[in-house]
Every structure is written in structure tokens, then in C-alpha cells.
Design a protein. Structure first.
Length: 308
């Protein structure tokens, strides 16, 4: 059977992925879409203009909350010089052409996957708020998404059959994806990509461990933005610096409440690996895009050690 019809004939081929395993199945669909286009055209499939359309569109039906179903981004793990590395690809053509949200499809999602993919999306929201490419629309979506996850995630983890909470989380996922589609990620996601690509920590679990520490690292550079995050979580106070710290502490307490790991040592990361991981992180584009400049591996290592 031929995958593509003969040249000149009309056809439509779609890669349809139901995202049962976090962002990875949808990311795989995006990667397959570009690979199939290159196979068919014998030319690079990258978009020259934001309006370029894919030859093999992706239809995404998410069953987790990370938000990959709306973004022009996917991540892949590659082998280089005998070591694995996670790299991200950004291209207008990999944005799914159609996304179908059905909260009933999320009712069977296990508690840990509910929790970890929800924290991944919350991290997208928080990093979007203080991103170096933030804009009024990404900020508005990110702050509303922050509130959605803070309010709804604990209940959905405890009672996965609650359709209203599942619906709220899918709305939060949509908002998180909307925010990160234009706002570049920073130190937090850069470190999480290193943990996943180099030592195999699942992405959602890496998010749960690193997020409060990355927030504290950035707090002095993005105090007003983190204060806005705190207010979106329902916190109040007069001093923005206090609110920024409260935001990080609230995230830490939320992760405790939903039962996710909070130390790198508990997920098999050896202390001896931290300097090497920090060196790898320094090369990450996300780390280089952090609003508080990261110019020395010691800075990344300090965050890893705080999380270890």
C-alpha cells in the first residue's frame, strides 16, 4: 500500500494521535509529520513563513494536560558523542491543524500522570509570565491558567472521576499552550530537558522537582511577574518580594499535596552527576533565554543542588 498517491492527484493524509502518555505521543506525531513531508518532497520540511501549511497535518486529541496539542514545538532525544541529549524543534508546520478536547477521555488518567502533566502545564504558565518574549496575550493566558491548575489539580488527583475538574484542567492546558506558543521558556525547562535527555527523569517529574527552585533563582530579577503569579494563585500581600516567595512556596506545597517527588535523589539522580548536568544545561537555548542571565555552570549547578 502506498503512503502517498501519485503526484498531481488530490489527497489528504493526517497523523492522528491520542496523547495517552503526556506530550510525547503528540510530539512524536509532529516529528513524524515533518519526516513524512521530507520523504515525499525530498526537501526540508521547515516553514519559510508562519502561514506555510504542512503536507501531513496533525490532529491531536490530548488526554493529559501539558499543552503540546497547540504548540509549534516538539522535543526529541538524540545521541551525540555517546551521550543522549534532549533537543527541541520549533516550526510553524508542526502545530496541529485540529485539536479536540474531550474531558471524558481524561477520566481514566492515573493520579500521578494527572499530577505530573498538570505541573508541567503550570510550569509553562509560570515561565511564560516572566519570559523574555512575554506579551499581553501570553501573560493573560498564563495567569488564568495558573489559577486553573492551582484550584483544580489537587481535587482531580484525589478524585479523577470529577468531570468538572477534568474540564477545568483541559481549559488550563489550553491556556498554558496558548501562552508558550509565543513566550520562550527559560531556566526551568532547560534544566528539565537536561534531566530527561541525559539521565532519564520523566519530564513531568522533573518539572515537579525543579519548578520552585527555578522560581526562587529568578525571583530577584522578575519580582513583579512572580507577584502576579502569586495573585493568580489567590495569594495576597503588600510586598512584591514576599509575594514572589509565597508563589514558590505555594508551588512546593502543591507538589507535596499531590504526591509528586520533590528531590532529585529520590528519582535516581546521583550527586556526582550534578556538575556534568550543569555543564550540559549551560548549552541549552532555554537556559540562555532565561530572564536572569545564566553565564556560568555554577549557577545551574546551584539550582540542581537545591533540588537534590
Amino acid at each position: 500500500m502506498k503512503l502517498f498517491p501519485e503526484a498531481g492527484k488530490s489527497y489528504f493524509v493526517a497523523t492522528i494521535i491520542i496523547g495517552l502518555g503526556g506530550g510525547s505521543p503528540i510530539g512524536m506525531a509532529k516529528a513524524v509529520s515533518l519526516a513524512l513531508e521530507e520523504q515525499r518532497t525530498r526537501q526540508p520540511a521547515r516553514a519559510k513563513f508562519p502561514t506555510d501549511q504542512p503536507l501531513v497535518p496533525v490532529i491531536a486529541i490530548p488526554t493529559t494536560y501539558a499543552g503540546s496539542e497547540l504548540t509549534p514545538i516538539y522535543g526529541v532525544t538524540q545521541m551525540s558523542d555517546g551521550q543522549t541529549r534532549k533537543v527541541t524543534v520549533t516550526d510553524a508546520k508542526v502545530t496541529p491543524k485540529l485539536t479536540l478536547y474531550d474531558p471524558e477521555l481524561t477520566l481514566a488518567l492515573p493520579p500521578q500522570m494527572t499530577a505530573s502533566s498538570g505541573i508541567n502545564a503550570l510550569a509553562h504558565c509560570i515561565e511564560a509570565v516572566y519570559s523574555i518574549t512575554r506579551n499581553p496575550l501570553s501573560t493573560a493566558a498564563a495567569l488564568q491558567g495558573t489559577g486553573q491548575f492551582t484550584r483544580s489539580l489537587p481535587g482531580a488527583v484525589a478524585n479523577g472521576d470529577d468531570l468538572n475538574l477534568r474540564t477545568e484542567l483541559l481549559l488550563g492546558a489550553y491556556l498554558a499552550a496558548t501562552a508558550i506558543s509565543t513566550a520562550k521558556m527559560g531556566l526551568h525547562h532547560g534544566l528539565c530537558h537536561v534531566l530527561g535527555g541525559t539521565v532519564g527523569v520523566p519530564h513531568g517529574i522533573a518539572n515537579s522537582i525543579i519548578l520552585p527552585h527555578a522560581m526562587r533563582f529568578n525571583a530577584d530579577a522578575v519580582t513583579p511577574e512572580l507577584a502576579a503569579v502569586a495573585r493568580a494563585m489567590g495569594l495576597s500581600g503588600d510586598r512584591e518580594s514576599d509575594l514572589a516567595e509565597q508563589a514558590a512556596q505555594t508551588v512546593f506545597e502543591l507538589i507535596t499535596r499531590i504526591g509528586l517527588p520533590q528531590r532529585l535523589r529520590d528519582v535516581g539522580v546521583a550527586e556526582a552527576d550534578l556538575p556534568r548536568l550543569a555543564q550540559v544545561a549551560l548549552k541549552s537555548q532555554a537556559v540562555q533565554n532565561n530572564p536572569k542571565p545564566v553565564t556560568d555552570a555554577a549557577q545551574a549547578e546551584a539550582v540542581f543542588r537545591a533540588a537534590w
